[in-house]
Design a protein around this ligand. Sequence first.
Ligand code: GLN
Length: 544
Amino acid sequence: MNEYNRMSKTKYIFVTGGVTSSLGKGIIAASLAKLLQAQNFKVTIQKFDPYINVDPGTLNPYEHGECFVTDDGAETDLDLGHYERFLNVNTSQANNVTTGRVYQSVIEKERKGEFLGKTVQVIPHITNEIKERMQLLGESGEYDIVITEIGGTVGDIESLPYIESVRQLIWDLGRENALVIHLTLIPFLAAAGELKTKPTQHSVKTLMESGILADIIVCRTEHELTEELREKLALFCNVKREAIIQSIDVDTIYDVPLKMLDEGLDKVVLEKLKLQPKQPHQLDAWNGFLNRLKNPQHRIKIGLVGKYVELQDSYKSILEAIIHAGAVNETEVEVISLHSEYIDESNVQQELKPLDGLIVAPGFGERGIEGKITAIAYARKNNIPFLGICLGMQMAVIEYARNQVGLPDANSTEMDPSCKSPVIDLMETQKSIVKKGGTMRLGAWDCSLNSGTITSEIYAKKSISERHRHRYEFNNAFTDQVFDDKFIVAGTNPETGLVEVIEYKDHPWFVGVQFHPEYKSTVSDPHPLFKDFVKASLAKKLEY
Ligand code: GLN
């Protein structure tokens, strides 16, 4: 037994999932963390993903939803976005670990000779690496509680080393320092008119076969669990009645912390970990946000143009940032998804006229870019508030160059490497890079805002820091040609001169940003750009 760990003050909570994927482990973990934070505990959440990619940066959004980017430039799972939005605390590279990263580091150690003479095996070498990484944030001494979400579903072949690591860690740490929350589904069989517990029983059993006894079962359900059913579950799953927690479907994910509070999830957790609440729950700000969210005074429509719009998770942070900004403005925002591949001159008016605002999303590659440019031209000419994010900003530059400046062949070399007017080009620092994984311009970079711009007014400061994820940039060789007294540079990177923000002044609200403001919007600190964009969109609507 590891005596050091037994004495360590950090407590560990592991969240596993059973029955199906997509039950919302990330939201449950974030909600629990919120309740603990509201009682003045310092909490962080980390996610361990069983896939072999070193990070999700090389995954198409259709595969795994949005790739979330942290200040330190980690390309991570979108659940880290939920953690930041709920807790208003930054995450980092250490908060997201994948099987690829674990194996990469074990193999590097093997090549260095660190295991010289030994056979390198899943147990103990891979599990040791996982256990070390699971304790990394806890060992910093910064946190009272570390919540670790294990991706995937118990019983999956690829999650076995993680489950085994949790088993070993609980033993090392001691039962009073670690617990397991298992999230399962209680399906409702319409034909029988009944909620069914069997899948949960099986999933708890699968966990037990790996040597883990779940301490708390969180049950996702469409219908209220009866007292009888809760008792039955407790009996079959080896937990006390109060450790059966119902997680019923709700209108907004931001309701989940309060639902978990009603169910006493945090109370059971603290009792099991032998911790006393440090203060009564401080949830006034959270409740205030929910109150504004649920009692809007206005309603607007914002179009989101992208090429992955079929999948909600592709633009998760943008959608959440809009929700935060809507609440501040007491405005319900209906987001109309517009597939960039299907927008052209023949339908742009019909699609965009009903909108009060337009966002053109980030993206990679050629597919759908002409639709984005057509949509931007319409928004610019028809005074529709416009926010272009990363690729959306680059397309706004191309639109202006083609339609106003007289550079009909303006393009990005990402789309047309031999174009004659490459107004968007590969960044100098990217030219020698051949490997695709983790090599973009990533994470937080400074930007100096020019005075007299909408953006500097919105931020109410001159120097900002925002997160990035791109390879291409505005080509400064075209500065004199593209920018004029209406289409202006509003912000640049102080060291490189790279254009970070553009504005079109002959318009109520037209801003393009090379960075991703959506990654920094949280419930308690909604992003200024999104807040102002929603405000401008509302103003446009109220004008009519
Ligand atoms: N594909 C563009 C680039 O790499 C934009 C990236 C993005 O929208 N995140 O520069």
